[in-house]
Design a protein. Structure first.
Length: 134
């Protein structure tokens, strides 16, 4: 039951959601493969009648390496699995801007920097026929 509560909580749990994203970024930010959370904005609670759940819209602006861009998309795509214990989410929209970066002084190589904005829906439980709890 504890695993289910972490991936499909009974309320919107904005604080734990924010911490989850902060923790992900901290774990994946390396000198040779950076990831930086530029902004995180939480929207108003909404419902998805198709799946019978409420969700919290989240807008994230991130900058990082190509690998971290795809890694983040994979993280959200695999959310909701009981073994991963990552809150159930899906992606509503993604926009990407790839920028050439300056060559590394030590290696002489350069890797493009990816700036991306992601609109995510973070789901939580909603009793059928009830308004989402705020």
């Amino acid at each position: 039951a504890l695993a289910l509560a972490s991936i499909f909580p009974s309320s919107s749990e904005e604080t734990s959601l924010t911490r989850m994203f902060d923790s992900y970024v901290a774990k994946h930010d390396y000198t040779n493969s950076p990831l930086f959370l530029e902004s995180l904005t939480l929207g108003g609670i909404a419902t998805n009648d198709t799946v019978g759940a409420a969700y919290l819209p989240v807008e994230l602006d991130l900058t990082g390496s190509r690998d971290n861009f795809f890694g983040f998309l994979n993280y959200v795509e695999n959310s909701g699995a009981l073994d991963g214990q990552v809150r159930l989410m899906d992606i509503a929209e993604v926009s990407v801007n790839v920028q050439d970066s300056e060559a590394d002084e030590e290696t002489g190589t350069s890797a493009p920097t990816v700036s991306f904005s992601v609109s995510i829906r973070a789901y939580f439980q909603q009793l059928l026929g009830s308004a989402p709890n705020e």
